[in-house]
Design a protein. Structure first.
Lengths: 323, 434
């Protein structure tokens, strides 16, 4: 079945709620309205207001309540209207939820999910990719799918996981991409990267919307005789160290591509992993392509300048190939 | 509480007109004149403000000074509506255990056996012990740093807390955290506190939500200080419990000082119980040094929670009788204020009530009880001291629940869900951004 990225997530949560009575949803405007992006559209008719809960505009309360319910063995799925607002609940996530299993041995099987990412002119507070705030928090799993298949398989895996998972849905992809999604039940394992394009000349390590940017760039570069390998991380914490090392060992040249700001970004961590796992295999410098070190500006020409583009990948790939 | 009858008639989301707090007899329904029930037998009028004080060299210093009737007589203990002789003596014993455990901790600190500081609940034992005593077995709670007595009431051992302070391998967190920062979701239904204030309030509300989805109305009790209630998450958590009608029993422990800042600099309203009016939930004031008042208010709130009638805010007025932690001599507290509250010591008052007023304990029985508690604490101290320190390597692992370390299932039974007839179909509604 061909599904949009949004529909794949929606179907994944719906099926989990149908399958497991301990799964419930809470968040702002997710009930009769169906959520700002309609991920829970129609859920309240099927599952009722007890399991599809409209909350006050209070992100710390949403996370706190989800955590509390998880301690009683429920599996809450909490929606952030935009992931930019997850900062409002930072203490609850970082100090309460993330540390709970390590400190006092209580599992917290909850999912915090919502739309992130730019390319839709959402402005500085509706376009961010705040995943790195949580990658630096041991105890959280951070998931950023790029395809409908992965989005459905990973949201189901996150709901079934016994740990707190933060699930970043790229809003640019919501209705722009479609993909084949099997009718039968399946999950995609958390923490496993995926080669989405095999190649021999150099590797792009990326995730979420940037996977599609890299795929477009690969088509352009094919005409130059440059054969890109693209590794989709799918999960940014924990990182698939083995898959990162393998692709570097295969192509010996690597570009790390992400949408969020460069400084303190995921590329730095991946570069360090390559340094630890595959230093001797490198035939060129590790290249970073990332967002600017600023807020994401609103006006389309400015936003376009801030965010990585296909041309950036093409340019850097040509430069690295020639190195 | 006087408000009980009104709230029991209210809609599941609270009766907006009466809003829990009792209303005056005014016939004008749009006139909002609320009152907050106050169980106290005295209303201390002490006020703290900065004043200039000259030292012997004539140099000026800013110091807090206290004004008000510092010589007011100590009120009697209010007879409980619910507690019998046996229960009163049991609460009294927990209060003694609480205090003597903290004396032992102070000594362990002086002997260099404690890692970090020690936090005390001196002067607050009635509030910690009588509140937790009002919970039923299936109810949940989460203490704050000064509620070490609550832990004893809920079945933890004094050695658990002692080992936490000494960072021992056998402590409930195996050395990973200290103080009252531990929990137990299996037997004693306790959520571990974190150091940040107010975050437990939405969490406990969520515990009640989880239980309700499993078909149970439980009470979830936690605490916040007059300092901690200033945080935004406190508002978010109480408001969430209010709109969802969850069985939160929130003790606001007004103990006059937030570290070194007097309550006058934390909030502007007269009593923090007034906040309940804004949340649309019942609020009540009790004397936090009177175990019977604390218990009665807590029990009323717990029973409301069990009936599915929603949250209650209980403000307990008392005084923190030591510094913020053991390092802090509390020199900023005007001495007459300590003198005033020392006369209201919760244990001395309850002892007097049980031995002299009620004659439920003879002097001999009381002395025996005290020495029994001392023997228990000494034995617990021995256990704690003899526990080894954790190995360095035990810092590793356990970040995630994996490899079958927990079998997660609904605690009160699988939720019974009703499903609508609407089947799955793809959404065609417009999203917020294209």
């Amino acid at each position: 079945m061909q599904l949009t990225y949004l529909e794949a997530i929606r179907q994944g949560i719906w099926e989990e709620m149908d399958r497991d009575p301990s799964v419930f949803c809470l968040g702002e405007d997710i009930g009769i309205y169906g959520g700002a992006f309609k991920v829970t559209d129609g859920f309240i008719d099927r599952f009722g207001p007890e399991r599809v809960i409209d909350t006050p505009i209070a992100e710390s309360a949403i996370v706190g309540a989800a955590f509390g319910a998880s301690l009683t063995g429920m599996r809450p799925v909490a929606e952030f209207q935009f992931m930019d607002f997850i900062g409002c609940a930072f203490n609850q996530i970082s100090n309460m939820v993330a540390k709970t299993h390590y400190l006092w041995g209580a599992p917290a099987p909850l999912v915090l999910r919502g739309p992130s990412g730019g390319y839709v002119h959402g402005g500085p507070f509706h376009s961010q990719n705040p995943e790195m705030w949580f990658v630096h928090n041991p105890g959280l799993k951070v998931i950023c799918p790029a395809t409908p298949y992965d989005a459905k398989g990973l949201i189901k895996a996150a709901i079934r996981d016994n740990n707190p998972c933060i699930f970043f849905e790229h809003k640019y992809l919501y209705r722009r991409i479609k993909g084949e999604v099997p009718a039968e039940d399946y999950i995609v394992p958390i923490g496993k990267a995926n080669i989405v394009r095999e190649g021999s000349d150099l590797s792009i390590i990326t995730y979420a919307a940037m996977v599609h940017t890299a795929l477009e760039a690969a088509e352009v570069l094919k005409n130059d005789g440059i054969d890109l390998e693209i590794l989709d991380l799918r999960t940014v914490s924990p990182l698939d160290r083995e898959a990162i090392a393998q692709t570097v060992k295969k192509t010996n040249k690597v570009i790390i591509l992400h949408e969020h700001s460069r400084t303190g970004g995921l590329a730095g961590e991946i570069a360090a992993i390559i340094n630890e796992e595959a230093f001797d295999d490198l035939d060129g410098p590790i290249v970073r392509i990332a967002g600017l070190d600023s807020a994401i500006p609103f006006s389309p020409p400015q936003e376009e300048h801030y965010l990585p583009k296909v041309e950036d990948v093409v340019r850097e790939a040509r430069r690295l190939k020639a190195y | 509480m006087a408000i009980k009858k009104k709230t029991s008639k209210s809609s599941p989301n609270g009766n907006r007109r009466h809003n829990g707090a009792s209303q005056s007899k005014s016939t004008a329904t749009d006139l909002r004149t609320y009152t907050i029930p106050d169980m106290r037998l005295e209303h201390p009028d002490l006020s703290v403000r900065p004043a200039i004080e000259k030292d012997k060299d004539g140099a000026e210093h800013v110091r807090y000074e206290v004004t008000g009737n510092l010589n007011a007589p100590v009120p009697p203990i209010l007879d409980s509506k619910y507690l019998d002789k046996k229960q009163c003596i049991e609460i009294y014993r927990y209060m003694l255990l609480n205090r003597k455990m903290e004396v032992a901790l102070e000594n362990l600190y002086k002997q260099g056996k404690v890692v970090g500081g020690v936090y005390f609940g001196l002067g607050q034992e009635a509030c910690s012990c009588a509140s937790a005593y009002a919970l039923d077995k299936d109810d949940w709670f989460a203490p704050m740093i000064r509620n070490q007595g609550s832990l004893l009431v809920r079945g933890f051992r004094a050695s658990d807390t002692m080992m936490q302070y000494m960072a021992k391998a056998d402590s409930p967190t195996h050395g990973r955290d200290g103080t009252s920062h531990f929990g137990d979701i299996e037997k004693r239904n306790m959520v571990s506190p974190i150091s940040m204030l107010g975050d437990l309030i939405p969490v406990l509300s969520g515990v009640a939500l989880g239980a309700r989805l499993q078909g149970r109305n439980i009470a979830v009790m936690t605490y916040i200080g007059d300092g901690g209630q200033s945080t935004g998450v406190t508002y978010e958590g109480i408001n969430f419990a209010a709109v969802q009608n969850l069985g939160l029993v929130l003790f606001v422990e007004s103990n006059e000082w937030a570290y070194s800042t007097p309550s006058e600099m934390q909030y502007r309203c007269k009593d923090l119980a007034e906040r309940a009016i804004g949340y649309g939930i019942p609020g009540v004031i009790v004397d936090g040094t009177d175990a019977c008042q604390v218990y009665d208010a807590a029990r009323d709130a717990v029973e409301r929670a069990h009936r599915g009638e929603g949250p209650t805010l209980i403000e307990a007025k008392m005084m923190r009788m030591k510094g913020h932690a053991i390092h802090d001599a509390a020199a900023y507290v005007p001495k007459p204020m300590f003198d005033f509250w020392k006369k209201r010591d919760p244990i001395a008052r309850f002892e007097n009530y049980l031995v002299k007023e009620k004659k439920w304990l003879t002097a001999k029985e009381n002395a025996e009880l005290i020495s029994e508690v001392e023997r228990v604490i000494e034995a617990e101290r021995e256990i704690a001291v003899n526990s080894p320190m954790p190995t360095p390597e035990s810092a590793e692992g356990g970040v995630f629940c994996e490899d079958g370390c927990h079998d997660i299932k609904p605690k009160y039974g699988l939720p019974k869900v009703k499903k609508g007839t609407a089947g799955y179909k793809q959404t065609e509604a417009a999203g917020h951004l294209k």
